[in-house]
Ligand binder design. Sequence first.
Ligand code: UD1
Length: 363
Amino acid sequence: MKFLAVVGARPNYMKVAPIMRACHNCRGIKPVLVHTGQHYQPNMSGDFFKDLELPNPDYYLGVGSASHAEQTARIMMAFEKVLSEVKPQVVIVVGDANSTLACSLVAAKTCVPIAHVEAGLRSFDRTMPEEINRVLTDHVSDYLFTTCEDANQNLLREGISKPIHFVGNTMIDSLLQWMPKIDASGILPRVGLSPGEYAVLTLHRPANVDTVEAFERIAANIRELARSVPIVFPVHPRTEPRIKDGTLNIDNVLLLPPLAYVDFMKLLKHCEFVITDSGGIQEETTYLQVPCLTLRSSTERPVTIRSGTNRLVQDVALLPQFVARIRQNGQVRSAVPDLWDGQAARRIVQVLARSLAGPVPPK
Ligand code: UD1
């Protein structure tokens, strides 16, 4: 059986790597890896392949950056050719990037079963491109693999009748798998930071970084916060134009290029707290028991707030109050969500192998 897995953008690599490994460990399954090339710079792509020991992609579509319509269309056109050549039993897509939706649409129209990993997450904010990608991908998928109970409920509420499998979180599979390498990373002395004595900042959501006004409101608060703690900020390419005018070129803010997986996880694991607008970091900090302040008006991952260390900061002016609360509370106590135990990919591959060995589910 051929299982075709798709990666395209940065958070996909951590989610797909354990699935590729689980396929390799399962007799009778040949995994085929397709990289759309949505992210292409070495520090947004190749460096992650090395850290996660992902095999080189069997197909590289090289689509690059473009508007949503153009990027999605380019991926669809290139992926259609791959699909007709490989003829897999299933297409496995993860997360909510444009690559996820584009490949799902192609598979749906050519009647190849689709497995969506990380199905059912909803921010209920349709201004986020990812929310559109999540909803549409779920509705054309044949197997829905979820990370939490909320996701199951969201799918049922939307009337999805295909099988929903609550399997855990493949991103946490990667975190557990590579913990020894993360612990051995020398990034902290290399950038002159000490454990527990710095904060991490990441920003790349269009709402926060696409306009000077939105970014400047955040930057003003970061400049203020940097008076009390060094802040390390690996800058996403989307955010780069915002910092070109030197708005964060100040003492105590350490601007870095995007970091690969192992070094970034080391920074995350040992910081005092994180300020972010990322989805995956909300989950990784929950697992690592690190306080996380999410600069967004909603989250598709409420479990990280309910049982984890995440707090939504809907107005950036409130950032100092949230930081003060973290400092008052000291050591955080949070619960790791159910099944975030390093075994999610194995469960996914087992479900698919059992199901696809028999008759293919009807479209
Ligand atoms: C994409 C995903 C988002 C995910 C994020 C993680 C969509 C709609 N969004 O957002 O869900 O959280 O990846 O990083 O798919 N660029 C480079 N080099 C690269 C990649 C991008 O310079 O290797 C620049 C380009 O100017 C590009 C911009 O970054 O236009 C945005 O890239 P894009 O892939 O369109 O979206 P992200 O913001 O990265």
